[in-house]
Design a protein around this ligand. Structure first.
Ligand code: ADP
Ligand code: MG
Ligand code: MG
Length: 261
């Protein structure tokens, strides 16, 4: 079993809005979260509340400066590790806006990512890789021409999202952070994406699913739901919390909690 812990995490970004000297702006104001493998946690919250900041800080994007607190994997701080080492340690981030990478095909990328996490004398045999790829393409109802294309180049929004899930299923990280993987997906694509995540569910896999809407959580039933507002987790509960939010909206929940944010 593995454990991903976010402890009293404070994160700041450089705010360059008012032209003058860039100011450090605090976005996360003490976030606490523990996810074990075998669990799926959802983080919900209004726009601009710091959900993507949380995922970027966990993954180690240097634009997001941790000013206090820690992120630990199995008790070991990740804060000094660059993004690629965090990936090798078992983290995976599917981004709200997946990047295009010219000059590397999707299949090359996935093999490299898998092999980077394995010792040099134990790289994945090509046949095993191809078998796993075929199995996952079938499960995700994807055609195999997508794997020979350059990564994300000219992919539609839906293709990018499906492809992120394909990568996730191939790489099999310990922990996957899915940042608004549902945004812009039609219901069929949403079902496919959910099928992929549900197929990964098991004792060796944990996930943090970030979403603005409850809809995705009808397909991926989370073990825990956390509501984030103004850089903090203000409420945690089970799947019912997402339903309550759907019914009341963020404004209703704010009132319920007596929040003034
Ligand atoms: P959410 O994902 O919940 O919509 P974000 O984490 O994207 O929220 O953003 C939270 C706040 O941090 C917003 O005010 C946003 O403008 C600011 N922010 C996020 N990333 C950056 C960045 N790289 N540079 C400057 N400001 C940022
Ligand atoms: Mg946003
Ligand atoms: Mg976001």
């Amino acid at each position: 079993m593995s454990k991903l812990e976010v402890k009293n995490l404070h994160v700041a970004v450089m705010d360059e809005e008012d032209k003058g000297q860039p100011q450090q702006k605090e976005i996360l104001k003490g976030v606490n979260l523990t996810i074990n493998t075998g669990e799926i946690h959802a983080v919900m919250g209004p726009n601009g509340t710091g959900k993507s900041t949380l995922s970027q800080a966990i993954m180690g994007n240097p634009a997001y400066k941790v000013t206090e607190g820690d992120v630990l994997l199995d008790g070991k701080s990740l804060l000094k590790l660059p993004v690629d080492e965090r990936a090798r340690a078992g983290l995976f981030l599917a981004m709200q806006y997946p990047a295009e990478i010219a000059g590397i095909t999707n299949v090359e990328f996935m093999r490299a990512a898998i092999n980077a996490r394995r010792p040099e004398n134990d790289q994945i045999p090509v046949m095993d890789f191809m078998k796993l790829l075929d199995k996952n393409l079938a499960l995700l109802d994807m055609s195999d021409d997508i794997v020979e294309r350059y990564l994300n180049e000219g992919f539609s929004g839906g293709e990018k999202k499906r492809n992120e899930i394909l990568q996730l299923m191939m790489i099999q990280p310990k922990f996957a952070i899915l940042d608004e993987i549902d945004s812009g997906l039609d219901i069929d694509a949403l079902k496919v994406v959910s099928k992929g995540v549900n197929a990964l569910r098991g004792p060796e896999f944990g996930s943090l699913i970030i979403t603005h809407y409850q809809r995705l959580l009808n397909y991926i039933i989370p073990d825990a739901v956390h509501i984030m507002m103004d850089g903090q987790i203000v409420e945690s509960g089970g799947p019912d919390l997402a339903k309550k939010l759907e019914a009341e909206g963020y404004t209703g929940l704010r009132n319920d909690l007596g929040l003034d944010v």
